[in-house]
Design a protein around this ligand. Structure first.
Ligand SMILES: [Zn+2]
Length: 439
């Protein structure tokens, strides 16, 4: 059996009855965030290291703000903060800021702070904090001790919800209360677990994916076919949105927030469409396993040539984008019975996938990989993808000779991959057909 998770959005039917306690918990989440953020910055200043979520939990579990939420909900806030620090720290984009404080200060004319307001943060309840009444579409969400009449009492927020009629809420794992600023209402996100029969793989072939900058993904198949997915759309957004956001008067204001959200939605959409398209191709080509280059190699950059994040940092394409994409791909593949395996990317861009040679005479120029021994030039990203498909590092350690395509396979496809371009309205289309896809 295979576990998959679905998130259902639900409207709160008894909103007027639960809005106050939900507000208190949303504010409590912001306050805990701020306390933990302050603590993290202090530790960082003193020791040069940012505490991870385990340290935060250990350090703050006795803090009064920790008791503003159910313990599992407080833990989730600390995890989110640690994740935010982590993604900021591992980013090499200078424009990124460390996670900020969640509050707005109001000052009088003398510059004295007269009022502070906390935004309503999303509050997550995990299993110990949830009682689910499936018959009546109700959930009981445990309050934080600070919001109970008696700290040790069992007190709940009883929320009646309504989902789309075709949705069945079963095996509830997590409830998130999310405040919708535009509607001035809370809503629930219900995360449910489904068990499905473990699917049978479409076949036993292996595909290889090389993730990169100019081509976000290059895919090589055992059928002597290769596809390229240029990252032009991501790059354009990576120029456009930061510029627009920088032009906003208030960098944490409404317009800037909206732009951030739109940008992130567009990225997510790109990742989902790409993963879907690749998985569809894999089903057609009877693939049971997808090799993806491990991202360590991308970050560390062994060649200093095509994958230098420092110089490309302004494109806002970081390791995390690859991590995020790989997660989505893994999920979509798993549901089809296809396994995604991270393999070593070492030397995959330097080695000729046909003869296995790797020496000074090989070179990459304008996206072409040229091998003197083979007297041929291939698309450099396809060459990398094919090496990842063959998992040359694994084969190398198991045998004396370098792996290679073998004598019989033709090599024309290495120079002429299919190219799929991304269009916001119709997803990935073969390069030629893009013009025709508009309605
Ligand atoms: Zn060669």
């Amino acid at each position: 059996m295979l576990d998959i998770h679905h998130t259902h959005q639900a409207k709160i039917c008894n909103h007027s009855q639960v809005v106050d306690p939900l507000d208190w918990h949303g504010w409590s989440a912001s306050k805990l965030w701020n306390v933990a953020n302050y603590h993290s910055r202090q530790v960082w200043e003193e020791t040069g290291e940012i505490p991870d979520h385990e340290e935060l939990k250990h350090e703050l579990k006795g803090h009064s703000k920790y008791k503003g939420l159910h313990s599992q909900s407080s833990q989730r806030v600390l995890e989110e903060l640690a994740e935010a620090f982590n993604s900021w720290y591992s980013s090499d984009d200078d424009r990124d800021n460390p996670p900020g404080y969640r509050k707005e200060n109001y000052y009088d004319q003398q510059g004295r702070r007269v009022h502070e307001e906390h935004p309503r943060s999303t509050v997550t309840w995990k299993q110990n904090g949830i009682k689910h009444d499936t018959k009546n579409n109700r959930v009981r969400l445990s309050k934080g001790a600070n919001h109970k009449e008696y700290p040790r009492a069992r007190e709940y927020i009883l929320v009646e919800y309504e989902t789309r009629p075709d949705v069945e809420v079963e095996n509830l794992q997590q409830v998130r209360a999310v405040y919708d600023q535009s509607k001035e209402r809370w809503e629930l996100h219900l995360v449910c677990k489904d068990e499905i029969e473990t699917p049978t793989a479409p076949g036993t072939e292996t595909a290889g994916i090389d993730l990169g900058i100019s081509n976000f993904a290059a895919v090589a198949y055992s059928t002597d076919e290769a596809d390229l997915y240029p990252g032009n759309r991501l790059k354009q957004d990576g120029y456009y949105f930061p510029k627009e956001i920088a032009n906003c008067e208030d960098s944490s204001g409404e317009r800037a927030t909206r732009l951030h959200k739109k940008w992130s939605e567009r990225r997510t959409h790109f990742f989902h469409s790409l993963a879907k398209h690749i998985v569809e191709q894999c089903i057609e080509k009877r693939v049971g396993r997808i090799n993806v280059g491990d991202l360590e190699g991308v970050r560390e950059d062994e060649t200093g040539e095509s994958k230098d994040w420092g110089r490309h940092g302004n494109l806002d394409l970081h390791g995390w984008a690859f991590d995020r994409f790989t997660d989505i791909l893994e999920y979509k593949a798993k549901v089809e019975g296809i396994e995604v395996v991270e393999v070593s990317e070492r030397d995959t861009s330097k080695t000729c996938c046909v003869c296995g040679r790797e020496d000074e005479s090989q070179r990459v120029e304008r996206g072409l990989y040229a091998c003197e021994a083979c007297d041929a030039a291939f698309n450099a990203d396809v060459n990398g993808a094919e090496n990842i498909r063959l998992d040359i590092n694994d084969t190398k350690s198991n045998s004396e000779s370098a792996p290679s395509l073998g004598g019989d396979r033709s090599t024309g496809w290495l120079a002429q991959p299919g190219v799929y371009l991304y269009d916001l309205s119709c997803g990935f289309q073969p390069q030629r057909a893009v013009v025709d896809c508009k309605p």
